[in-house]
Write a protein that binds this ligand. Structure first.
Ligand SMILES: Cc1cc2nc3c(=O)[nH]c(=O)nc-3n(C[C@H](O)[C@H](O)[C@H](O)COP(=O)(O)OP(=O)(O)OC[C@H]3O[C@@H](n4cnc5c(N)ncnc54)[C@H](O)[C@@H]3O)c2cc1C
Length: 234
């Protein structure tokens, strides 16, 4: 198991009313793959520790790592990290962790990313790694309650992303939207099969219920279970 490393908060950015990007400087950071996560450890004055996992939102870039934290009401750690941890304060991180839910840019085949809420975070690392290093077809299905909950909005809707994006609004769709609000369905996840019959490698991330529903739809549509990788945020 990797050791705990000091990590300094060097920046914070709003992604939604309750979602934040945190930029941390980790001097001895060893680098990571898109999809991996870290454990973050907070220590109180009396020595009490709280540890939670957070996904890495961007490919490795020297000693700087980027996390995305959704503040969970009543949560012990996420509201503090999202809004109260002061700039320049130190926490500890351990990682990178996770070797299964990763995408490598040297993979050629098509990729289907399916995100629910802040489950977009590790998939964003894949999208960013893909933009810089791959021409493999990549498609994102991103489920959010309403337009105000879309993280990385400018980046996902701007030019040069290299990934096609299909937004699914579950409670409130933007005016003029052709898709009525509702949960992700089989047709949201339908992708053309490649000429050689290869289906995509699928990555599904979000709250447990979302992941189970989406993975079930993919299995029902004939995707082999071995090509569906999932990450549950609890
Ligand atoms: C591999 C992995 C990667 C993760 N990556 C991220 C990430 O990139 N961004 C992120 O924001 N979170 C991520 N999480 C979730 C994160 O680790 C915490 O569980 C979350 O921040 C809540 O912690 P808390 O201390 O605030 O809440 P807690 O004090 O642990 O829980 C408070 C209450 O909220 C409920 N709860 C816990 N987590 C959630 C949740 N995610 N949604 C709704 N209710 C919840 C609990 O059941 C409990 O009732 C990840 C989890 C795992 C396992």
């Amino acid at each position: 198991m990797s050791t705990w490393l000091p990590a300094r908060l060097v920046g914070r950015e709003d992604q939604s009313a309750t979602g934040r990007t945190l930029y941390l400087d980790v001097p001895r950071w060893p680098g990571h793959l898109a999809g991996q996560h870290v454990d973050v450890r907070l220590t109180a004055d009396d020595g009490y520790h709280a540890v939670r996992s957070y996904s890495l939102a961007a490919p490795a870039e020297g000693s700087r790592i980027e996390l995305g934290v959704q503040s969970v009401p009543g949560g012990e750690v996420s509201p503090y990290l999202a809004d109260d941890l002061p700039l320049s304060a130190e926490v500890e991180v351990r990682g990178p962790l996770g070797g299964w839910f990763v995408w490598r840019p040297d993979t050629d085949g098509p990729v289907l990313l399916v995100a629910g809420g802040c489950g977009i975070v590790p998939l964003m690392a894949m999208i960013r790694a893909h933009r810089n290093h791959s021409t493999a077809p990549m498609h994102l299905v991103y489920s959010v309650r309403d337009p105000g909950q879309i993280w990385y909005h400018e980046e996902l809707t701007g030019t040069g992303l290299g990934t096609t994006v299909h937004l699914v609004h579950t409670r409130q769709a933007p005016p003029g939207s052709s898709r009525p609000p509702g949960r992700v369905t089989a047709s949201d996840l339908a992708l053309p099969t490649a000429a050689d019959g290869t289906g995509p490698e699928c990555f599904v991330c979000g709250p447990t219920g979302f992941v189970e529903n989406a993975a079930g739809l993919l299995t029902d549509a004939g995707h082999p279970p071995g090509r569906i990788r999932t990450e549950r945020f609890g």
